[in-house]
Design a protein around this ligand. Structure first.
Ligand SMILES: [Zn+2]
Length: 600
């Protein structure tokens, strides 16, 4: 006789099995491990499987019947709400108030059911009538607490820390006094807090802009590509603050007339493991500007998570999987070239391939790659390292940047001798890159033989989830069609004047992106999640030129950019702007953004 097996106990993570991410058996093994080790199920799941917070969030949301809210760094100013609550208390209770909205006070919970049952929240906020409970993962709950309460010694809010600076005197002329002011505990805390806040708000750069005389020093942050005012610091602290930053990256504090550059390993000063590149520049009025770049921390993104359209993705994969040849990623500074380059390498990074990279600096690290950083001061440049690579049995070589003739020539040579070579170029469009490289003095025949393809890229702001959909009228849709088609004007691919062409385009879009056959456009609005800008995060727009036989022939003939462009679009190349407009149709971004980043 067999005993009936005990009924399986439901868990908030059962959705993972329903979605097919895990099998029920795999899930149950994790639950068992959690029971045995005393670690949470989320912890065990994350240790064994690569799960995104959103995947876990979707399960929790379905289980608790509450919306899921991920970690959001822009909620940094909710101290008004959580000010009275101690961290230990909210950590034990598993809830934290975030912000007030017309639909009530948003409360972030680990277990909304339990929190609702406790009636603790309405007691703590007697003046508030409505509450709005959202669920989040344990990891994101911790992140939220870390940010709200400051990591370790970064306690207090930025405004509070600024107020505490009062005791510091202005010692602009005296190095010793200045060094001592820069070591002031409150100032150290303030500078750390600026960096930590910038990091949590996902800023890429911090700009410190002192003014002469009694004017305040402005601090601005670049977030998603746009500068935003962060805080203003009274004039008397400006030199102490700059000195503190110089000390953090071992720069000469007495040197105030020459630009200097250095690096901050922030984990030495705060609990955050981030690295910053620092540049000081003496500016008018005898002051010094400081610009800090927060270096992206380390992990490559999977190629299929870069936001390449299905067509461009398929063509890219086909091109980069060739055994040898030359492939470039091009775009202006800050267009995400390095990220894309590493995603491509991640795709090709298998134990049977030797991959050498030379970069300036090494920003993203990957297991399996052998990565070398150049050192201009010691004359260790791209070309020198490239020549060394060629003697070091490579399969794939990645060169951070091809700026000079020698580096490009070495890349061509390496690819013609059976290696796969990747690099970036500082050019605007894929067809333009070809002529730029030929102008550098490449042999057109060798270059045509070597080239596999060129991917041009831009970053565009994404619309926040607070966007509002509407159905465009015929007039707006026709203007959209005209602008899209205009990309192909003067090429054989331009057929807008052909009868039925516009209708066909609209029909394709309706089928691909429409809701119940209707094309939808989106207005941006603004909410607490996006700092009332209407945008949140960024995504790539892409244009891939594949070096087909026809393109190779044009390169050999040193054809004009327009002819290469015509041949490329006739062969199916989608331009940056067309790619962007398709992403507008998907509601990912808006036309204004696409126009702005695709200016020629
Ligand atoms: Zn929003």
């Amino acid at each position: 006789m067999t005993l009936p097996s005990p009924a399986r106990q439901k868990t908030p993570y059962d959705g993972l099995a329903t979605q097919g991410t895990l099998t029920l058996v795999e899930l149950d093994l994790c639950v068992l491990e959690s029971k045995n080790t005393g670690q949470s199920i989320e912890h065990v799941l994350s240790a064994h499987y690569e799960l995104k917070p959103e995947q876990l969030g979707a399960c929790l949301s379905a289980y608790f019947g509450a919306p899921y809210l991920g970690f959001n760094s822009t909620l940094a100013h909710s101290e008004v709400l959580h000010g009275q609550l101690k961290r230990e208390f909210v950590e034990a209770q598993g809830w934290i108030p975030l912000y007030e909205s017309p639909s009530g006070l948003r409360v972030l919970c680990l277990d909304p059911e339990a929190v609702r049952g406790l009636r603790m929240v309405p007691q703590a906020f007697a003046r508030i009538q409505k509450f709005n409970y959202a669920v989040t993962t344990q990891r994101e709950f911790q992140q939220t607490l870390d940010q709200l309460y400051g990591v370790a010694a970064l306690g207090g809010t930025i405004d509070k820390l600024l107020a505490d600076l009062d005791g510091i005197q202005n010692h602009e002329r005296d190095e010793t006094l200045l060094a001592s002011a820069a070591a002031d505990n409150e100032l150290v805390k303030f500078v750390n807090k600026v960096i930590a806040d910038a990091y949590y708000q996902k800023a890429s750069d911090i700009h410190i802009e002192p003014m002469p005389g009694k004017q305040k020093t402005g601090i601005r942050l670049r977030i998603d590509g746009t500068l935003q005012s962060f805080i203003e610091v009274p004039a008397q602290f400006r030199q102490a603050m700059v000195t503190r930053l110089k000390i953090m990256c071992d720069l000469d504090i007495a040197e105030r007339r020459k630009p200097q550059d250095g690096k901050i390993q922030f984990k030495k000063y705060g609990a955050l493991d981030i690295e910053l590149r620092v540049a000081t520049i003496p500016s008018a009025g005898g002051v010094e500007d400081v610009v800090l770049r927060i270096l992206p921390s380390g992990e490559p993104i999977a190629l299929d998570k870069l936001g390449l359209s299905a067509l461009t993705m398929a063509r890219t994969v086909k091109t980069i999987e060739k055994p040898y040849g030359l492939f470039y990623v091009c775009g202006p500074t800050g267009s995400g070239k390095t990220t894309t380059m590493h995603s491509i390498l991640k795709h090709l990074n298998t134990p049977d391939r030797k991959i050498w990279t030379v970069e300036d600096p090494v920003e993203i690290t990957q297991k399996g790659l052998r990565q070398v950083q150049i050192n201009r001061k010691a004359s260790i440049d791209f070309a020198l390292i490239m020549r060394a690579f060629l003697r070091a049995d490579p399969d794939i070589i990645m060169v951070g940047e091809s700026r000079d003739k020698e580096t490009v020539a070495l890349g061509v040579e390496a690819s013609l001798t059976g290696h796969l070579v990747f690099s970036t170029l500082h050019t605007n469009s894929a067809p333009e890159s070809v002529t730029r490289l030929l102008d550098m003095g490449m042999d057109p025949f060798n270059f045509a033989d070597a080239l596999l393809g060129i991917l041009a890229q831009r970053l565009a702001k994404k619309l926040c989830a607070c966007k509002v959909a509407y159905t465009p009228d015929a007039d707006e849709l026709n203007r959209f069609v005209a602008e899209y088609s205009d990309e192909l004007r003067n090429t054989p691919a331009w057929k807008l004047d052909a009868p039925g062409e516009a209708e066909q385009l609209i029909a394709r879009w309706q089928a691909a992106y429409g809701e119940a056959g209707q094309i939808r456009f989106y207005h941006r609005t603004g909410c607490a999640q996006c700092n009332h800008t209407g945008y949140k995060g960024r995504m790539g727009l892409h244009e891939l030129l594949v070096a087909t036989d026809e393109i190779k022939q044009l390169i050999q003939q040193r054809a004009r950019v327009t002819d290469i462009f015509s041949a490329a679009v006739a062969g199916g190349m989608v331009t940056l702007k067309m790619d962007g407009m398709e992403k507008v149709l998907q509601g990912l971004t808006d036309l204004k953004t696409v126009r702005m980043v695709c200016i020629k």
